[in-house]
Design a protein around this ligand. Sequence first.
Ligand code: HEM
Length: 467
Amino acid sequence: MPTFEDRTLLPYVEALFREILRWRPVLPLGVSHAASEEDIYKGYYIPKSNLVHLRIFGQHIIVVNTYEDAIELFEKRSNIYSDRPHLEMIYLMGWDFNSALKHYGDDWRQHRRLFQQLFKREVSIEYQPIQTRKVNDMLYGLLTTPEDFIAHAKTVTAAIIVSTMYGHDITPKNDYFVTLAETALAKLREAVFPGALAVNAFPILKYLPTWFPGAGFKRFALGVQDLVNQMLTVPIEALEKRLADGTAQPCVSSSILEDCKSKEEYEVIEAVAATAYAGGSDTTVSVIETFFLAMTMFPEAQKKAQDEIDKVVGNGRMPTYDDRESLPLIEAFVRELLRWRPVTPLGVWHASTEEDIYNGYYLPKGATFFPNVWAMAHNPQKYDRPEDFNPDRFFGNDSKLNDDEVPYAFGFGRRLCPGRYMASATLPNQIWLSVATVLALFNIQRTKDADGNEVCPEGKYCDELAL
Ligand code: HEM
């Protein structure tokens, strides 16, 4: 047989090999490069590009690295860039009820209208008493079992959403609905194993019978369908029962159920209520966890915020929503939490419904777009020493809060997070109240090792999806 030693003696074989590479190149369009600077080449202007293109399983994936480009594409051209990519596994599992995962169209519009109605600025103020009550429960939990601080953050968030949506007070441990919803969410996150990825890339595989070798994804999906169905129906049916026997507490769903006229409307209410849990729980918990981490890593920021609370509120009472305007540093704190460790570092994907030309680049129809929120939040040209947790960066030279409300943390354009007023932004919200009251009551400190030295956490994050 010919060996490598014969290579120089076989020029025709060498030429044949070159011709194969030339005749049908493996990557006909090469792998895209992005220009990091603008340039003039042979009289042509080449713009700086902040888009990165990848091709995975034949799918175009485009990462949008700057806030300016994200605004241009997702907001100014929102008629093209407001879809979501089609992932077959989501449909097989029944998770397509979720407003956040829906394709851009009439069904999504109906969900969105209801979300806007329920969570707009003015209405979000009505959730203030529930939030205060549940945050107080969290403070009590922190006082009695501080080591369980993550569990307390999770419980308070679940309690606020479930009480707001269904008027149900969850039990602190093993609540039936919370367990159901958390299990269904965990299954959604798990659906990234090879079989599931294969059916996302080649949807035709969904027609394989469940017993077929390699169709494990289908058996998995069937198991999840049942959970998802219970997550949708159990809490709303329980609410209907309470409404019928007159024991229901007023809540978002009770008010809209009373006006519901058709099965179609009922299904939208059911789906929007369950989406609020799926979209609002992990996201808010992540910010509160980041708060505990930041306080341990940056004790001087904690001290400064506590000094502000002591000066404005004093020691005789707890901060309330009425103090919000007088505590600008706490406001800056919340912004810095959203910036320093964004909840969705690669945003939530958008998809395009038309081809487009942007800055001289061709962007194909059906491509998936990731807004690189991490790069926007850590842009050193905008944020000096971006790795530092420094709420002071949100104050101008006049010592007033600047107008950077970290908008990219809540997404873009027509898909912008409809729950943002409940979670954060400039109105009463759970995150603000949690930060203000925890700082008023507690000192968050580093643990010590056996020799009495402080241990600063590394601050590593796990890789769970937020939505
Ligand atoms: C700190 C807390 C939160 C953060 C950081 C956050 C972030 C986000 C982001 C980045 C998106 C994607 C927007 C896009 O596609 O461009 C989103 C969408 C969404 N969020 Fe939030 N969110 C939070 C809390 C909430 C809450 C409390 C709710 C419900 C009450 C909620 C409901 C939703 C829904 C339904 C969508 C999908 C919107 C659509 O596709 O039309 N979120 N959120």
